[in-house]
Design a protein around this ligand. Sequence first.
Ligand SMILES: C[S@@+](CC[C@H](N)C(=O)[O-])C[C@H]1O[C@@H](n2cnc3c(N)ncnc32)[C@H](O)[C@@H]1O
Length: 413
Amino acid sequence: MASQLLVRDVPEEIYTWIERERIKRLMTQKEFVHTILHDAYNGNVIQPSLPLDASSTNGSKSPEERIPFTFVDIFAGIGGFRIPLEKAGGKCLFSSEIDEFSKKTYKAWFDEIPSGDITQIAISDIPEHDLLAAGFPCQPFSLAGVSKRNSLRTQHGFKCLSQGTLFFTLATIIENKRPPIAFLENVKHLLSHDEGRTWEVIKGTLEDMDYKVFTKVIDGAKYVAQHRERIYLVCFDKHVFGENPTFEFPADPTETRPSIEDILEPNPDSRYTLSDHLWSYLQEYARRHKKKGNGFGFGLVDLKGQTRTLSARYFKDGSEILIPQEGKNPRRLTPKECARLMGFDEKYQNNIVVSDTQAYRQFGNAVVPKVIEAILGKILETARTHIEQRGLLLKDSNGRGRTHADAVLRASN
Ligand SMILES: C[S@@+](CC[C@H](N)C(=O)[O-])C[C@H]1O[C@@H](n2cnc3c(N)ncnc32)[C@H](O)[C@@H]1O
């Protein structure tokens, strides 16, 4: 018969460590303490199962308030998701990005070269994770002739509709890996594409896979000096969080956001000033469209206001955001100013390792990290409440023989 061992007066910090580590391993306290004793008996020093240690990261939450979690960064771009996820204590286990220039920036910023084309990556090569982040490319699929919801009701309906699209690839990863949380982003236009059918397939697909999907269009202008309306999708696995997890998107921030004049460089290179030829062309183009009653034209910025959306094609003529200059033609933003306009910190602003053209494309494609940070705060609130109420949620990223089903089972016991 096993002897009993009762340990009193465990120092607070050791108790906290035991709790954190056993949650990561999806173990009860007793199982974990047994493991430590066995390991010590066999001369093994116990290592944390994850390199992640919430107390060693620098986010705004105190270590006790933060929960450790793992994530994957799909369609990673330059890591607009990764920055706030790491700041909050997340550990990135995998990233994928197809574009060589974006990979170059990603390597410079995170010291990691993302895996390439996600359609060519075996699902088994993607590690288990708690949160899947993806600003998936808006690659519309035509649903012409398909009645809206009907096709979704067929078995694997979405597969027929969206096979071959990047959203299909993403959905397949989610279906197979079942991350407790998926955090997705796209352009607002996704909602109206093909009279709403594309959106219906995307949302319906996630719901048909038993995810509770919360969505909101948020304008980045609440956080940075740029209008940037994007649709955000926060998806909770119902097998983990139940039918109706409590989640709310963040309220608008109260801090004053920077104005454009705050983000301008003092002496930008003359190459950013528009040539006489380009400036005349843009003015003529705007005149012609105005005559026809169209609002198209260049966006000469009010320095106290906010810019239009920085697009991936900004490198072409810069027409959507032009900075007025005394006695000179207007100029476009420098890449560093674009980094600031998107809200990337100084560390990143000062580490642009690609050409101007590539930098404009990369910033124009990126998410606003501050918006992600704000939404993530609310996601983690939901996760924290769940952990407190039901005990266990997070997966052991090292495997340890625990499947998702085990985790769910244990969570509900
Ligand atoms: C909308 S951007 C996402 C940007 C990212 N959220 C950021 O903050 O930088 C979509 C990204 O997906 C990448 N992409 C497109 N097709 C891909 C594929 N098949 N595999 C991996 N990445 C891909 C593009 O190169 C682009 O960087």
